[in-house]
Design a protein around this ligand. Structure first.
Ligand code: UT7
Length: 320
């Protein structure tokens, strides 16, 4: 295929909130959250904006790639909600870091990073860009109802970025969406406004999720996507070094370990520290693995994400 990742970065809020702190104002406790999800803490914005987090991640990724903002030909942000509905978060980041290039946001919920990789590969293959900055960024604390223990304990805030350029690392990429899925399974209403012509009040509210429905979808789709990739590339599971799954629930990852019959060490996790960061999960894992030297040239890395839509996306890279 057509791309490789040449640098990565992260932008995480300063405030770390442990489960016990949530029990101070919600009918919940560390035992439930830890055992049902694997989450022990999450980082939440106090006075940081999503542009702040995204620009920090972008600057670190550029530095690690040895590039300056002027070298970037396209900025893609994966987010379900930037600081503004418009301008896009990508435009806000460009302004902050001093880049002058086309910018737009992608919303494929938790799958957004894989969707952005596909778009980047098309720009690179078409010769429309040489260096592309992809940033995944979410402020989930602004989108969840802090009186709803079913959802607010699950998510965190953060950003992760990577610079991609032409290369042969990306060997496979598959996107899907279940067009028959009911939006009620997982949604954030986007209505609002005060149009005098609207019949009734348009709903603009917090994230709602039927957790068990999403759980079942996630467990099934990760296995389906892995088997599809192995079949397409004629590989065996043993030939895959790392499986980076969307960090929605440690129990979903444990199910994948059991179904795919691979050692759990091949499944890096950061949900214990960050909670569910939507599309930020996978690029943040990539950043951490590059930082601590786990990810080495030649390693085969399968990435698989799923989320509202219901969307899914997976890819395989042979690290360059
Ligand atoms: O990134 C987007 C994709 N999202 C996902 O993949 C999420 C997938 N779903 C899940 O991870 C799980 O379904 C959840 C973590 C959301 C929920 O876990 P669950 O094991 O499915 O629990 P449940 O919703 O069936 O709730 C079980 C019980 C309920 O009490 P009753 O009705 O049995 O008395 C809930 O009210 O746990 C209760 N509960 C809580 N208790 C303490 C729900 N949230 C909490 C809480 N603290 N925070």
């Amino acid at each position: 295929m057509s791309l490789k990742i040449t640098g990565a970065g992260k932008g995480i809020p300063a405030k770390r909130v442990f489960n016990d702190e949530l029990a101070g104002f919600l009918d919940t406790d560390d035992a439930w959250i830890s055992s049902r999800t694997g989450i022990k803490s999450r980082y939440l914005c106090v006075d940081e904006t999503l542009t702040d987090l995204s620009a920090a991640a972008a600057s670190q990724a550029l530095q690690n790639a040895g590039l300056s903002p002027g070298d970037i030909d396209l900025i893609l942000c994966s987010t379900v909600g930037g600081d503004y509905r418009t301008p896009s978060l990508a435009c806000c980041v460009a302004e902050r870091v001093g880049a002058r290039c086309p910018c737009f946001d992608v919303n494929a919920a938790c799958t957004g990073f894989v969707y952005a990789l596909e778009i980047a590969s098309l720009f690179l293959r078409g010769g429309r860009a040489g260096n592309i900055l992809i940033i995944a960024a979410e402020m989930m604390s602004a989108l969840t109802d802090w009186t709803d223990r079913n959802t607010c304990v699950l998510f965190g805030d953060g950003a992760a970025a990577c610079v991609v350029t032409a290369g042969n690392a990306l060997r496979y990429l598959h996107l899907s969406s279940d067009a028959g899925a009911d939006a009620a399974v997982l949604n954030i209403p986007g209505g609002g406004g005060n149009s005098p012509f609207a019949a009734g009040k348009r709903d603009s509210a917090f994230l709602r999720m039927q957790g068990q429905e999403v759980f079942k979808f996630a467990v099934g789709i990760v296995e389906t996507e892995m088997l599809r990739m192995l079949d397409a590339l004629k590989l065996s599971p043993e030939q895959i070094d790392w499986l980076l799954l969307h960090q929605a629930n440690k129990r979903i990852i444990d199910c994948a370990v059991a179904k795919l019959k691979q050692p759990k060490e091949k499944f890096p996790c950061n949900i214990d520290r960050y909670g569910n960061l939507s599309s930020v999960s996978i690029p943040l894992l990539l950043f951490e693995m590059l930082e601590d030297g786990r990810l080495k040239p030649g390693d085969t890395v399968f990435m698989s994400a799923f989320g509202a839509g219901l969307t899914a996306g997976s890819c395989l890279m042979v690290w360059e």
